[in-house]
Design a protein around this ligand. Structure first.
Ligand code: CP
Ligand code: NVA
Length: 307
């Protein structure tokens, strides 16, 4: 069978994604119970980071350590990739030695090219277009708190960015309704949006998007790589701050999520992100458990996965 990659949520079937969420919950419980589980002994992961990271780097490195394997942090400052070595050459060489490679980069096409030439699984640890690993953690957090997300209503408030695109794909794969509120000019990519059909609706007023919602999600207004647009974005996104008033339009038991890092007073008020409906710390912690489940899925044959 050809090698499986995880570049977007669409690389896995809905059943496989569901299996990963269930396994992530199981692996979390095993970890909390102090069980040792080392399915990746002697396996090595390469971690290519062309952008900053706290959660993604720590969760992948820790996952490999818990699993009995190792991770190598590869900054473009120190590798030939950063000096212009062709991506296909880098992919061939790196995948001849490593067992799995995660990449955080700018252009999504770059990770697609890398994956096309890699003989081992490639994981998208964020590109300008998608952030699928975060969605595994978010869906795990929702499932733990409220049960299945199927048929629920999720509101995305803010930029039509990489996280928003992954929420659109998640709406398709996990079968929920997504209401997106974004200012004109900051819509998600129309192809990604159109492919989701009835699963997704666009609103211009955030209050409309949160009405009767089960989960309210936001993200920064200025993503990594867009720093020079900061001032313009701050004025475009005025009114898109998630406040207690906006949360009160949602269902009483609605949750609030944010992939972090967050800017209190910009996209979300402190009383929401630090309030009782917020599950941002569970989301962040789940990066570890969900990515362990993903690594196991990509690297361990089904019949060798142990509980
Ligand atoms: N949410 C997320 O991916 O965080 P980092 O940028 O810290 O990895
Ligand atoms: N949209 C943000 C997500 C950070 C985890 C960014 O790309 O910077």
């Amino acid at each position: 069978m050809s090698v499986r990659h995880f570049l977007t949520l669409l690389d896995l079937t809905p059943e496989e994604l569901q299996q990963i969420i269930e396994r992530a919950i199981e692996l979390k419980a095993m970890h909390k119970a102090g069980e040792t589980h080392e399915p990746l002994k002697n396996r090595v992961m390469g971690m290519v980071f062309e952008k900053s990271s706290t959660r993604t780097r720590i969760s992948f490195e820790t996952a490999m350590a818990h699993f009995g394997g190792q991770a190598i942090f590869l900054s473009p400052r120190d590798t030939q990739l950063g000096r212009g070595e062709p991506i296909d050459d880098g992919a061939r060489v790196m995948s001849s030695m490593l067992d799995v490679i995660m990449i955080r980069t700018f252009e999504h096409e770059k990770i697609e090219t890398f994956a096309a030439y890699s003989s081992v699984p490639v994981i998208n640890a964020l590109t300008d277009r998608y952030h699928p690993c975060q969605l595994l953690a978010d869906i795990q957090a929702y499932t733990e708190q409220r049960g299945s997300i199927q048929g629920k209503t999720v509101s995305w408030i803010g930029d039509g960015n990489n996280m928003c695109h992954s929420y659109i794909n998640a709406a398709r794969q996990f079968d929920f309704n997504l209401k997106i509120a974004c200012p004109e000019g900051y819509d998600p990519n129309p192809e990604i949006l159109d492919a989701a059909g009835d699963h997704v609706e666009i609103f211009r007023k955030p209050g409309q998007a949160t009405e009767n919602s089960d989960l309210v999600v936001t993200d920064v207004w200025t993503s990594m790589g867009q720093e020079e647009e900061q001032a313009k974005r701050e004025s475009a996104f005025k009114g898109f701050i998630v406040t207690p008033e906006m949360m009160s339009q949602a269902r009483e038991d609605a949750l609030f999520m944010h992939c972090l890092p967050a800017h209190r007073g910009e996209e979300v008020s402190a009383d929401v992100i630090d309030g009782p409906q917020s599950v941002v710390w569970q989301e962040a912690e789940n990066r570890l458990h969900a990515q362990k489940a993903l690594l196991e899925f990509l690297l361990v044959p089904r019949d060798q996965v142990l509980g």
